[in-house]
Ligand binder design. Structure first.
Ligand SMILES: [Zn+2]
Length: 145
């Protein structure tokens, strides 16, 4: 079996069981950032830092979605060759921040409802001779309301 390798290092973890996105939390003001691209707090009213690694909520509410036909900009990884896929913007339960991600394989875009529960999954994005390259995605949870 080929090893599972994240497409981008350090954005999510599967080490501790269920997959979780890794963000950065400012030890001074508590602001949480994702992706953790910068070492220091970006809150303009705070000079805190460096940021602590922190796992983010694995569930959230569907805020927006689209049928994506163009490769996303970094750091959001795309397969090569690029295949169109759904993209969801999900508001994380605890952090109330918006995190983009592809929709999980098999998601029926026509059945998505604004505000429905979404959960984080990690799925293969593409495979080469050495490894299965994985990325986080959003899967539709139970529809409420
Ligand atoms: Zn701060």
């Amino acid at each position: 079996m080929k090893p599972r390798v994240p497409v981008v290092d350090g954005l999510f973890t599967e080490d501790a069981g269920p997959p979780a996105l890794l963000g950065g939390r400012c030890p001074r003001c508590g602001s949480v950032f994702f992706p953790k691209q910068w070492s220091f707090c970006r809150n303009p009213h705070c000079d805190g830092g460096p940021l602590d690694d922190t796992p983010l909520s694995t569930r959230g509410r569907l805020w927006s979605w689209t049928d994506n036909r163009y490769a996303p900009p970094p750091p959001y990884p795309a397969g090569d060759p690029f295949e169109p896929y759904g993209v969801a913007a999900v508001e994380l339960d605890a952090e109330q921040m918006i995190v983009l991600g592809q929709l999980a394989r098999g998601t029926d875009i026509g059945r998505l409802q604004l505000g429905q529960e979404m959960e984080l999954v990690v799925e293969p994005l593409f495979e080469d001779d050495d490894a299965v390259h994985t990325v986080w995605k959003w899967r539709a949870g139970s529809v409420t309301g």
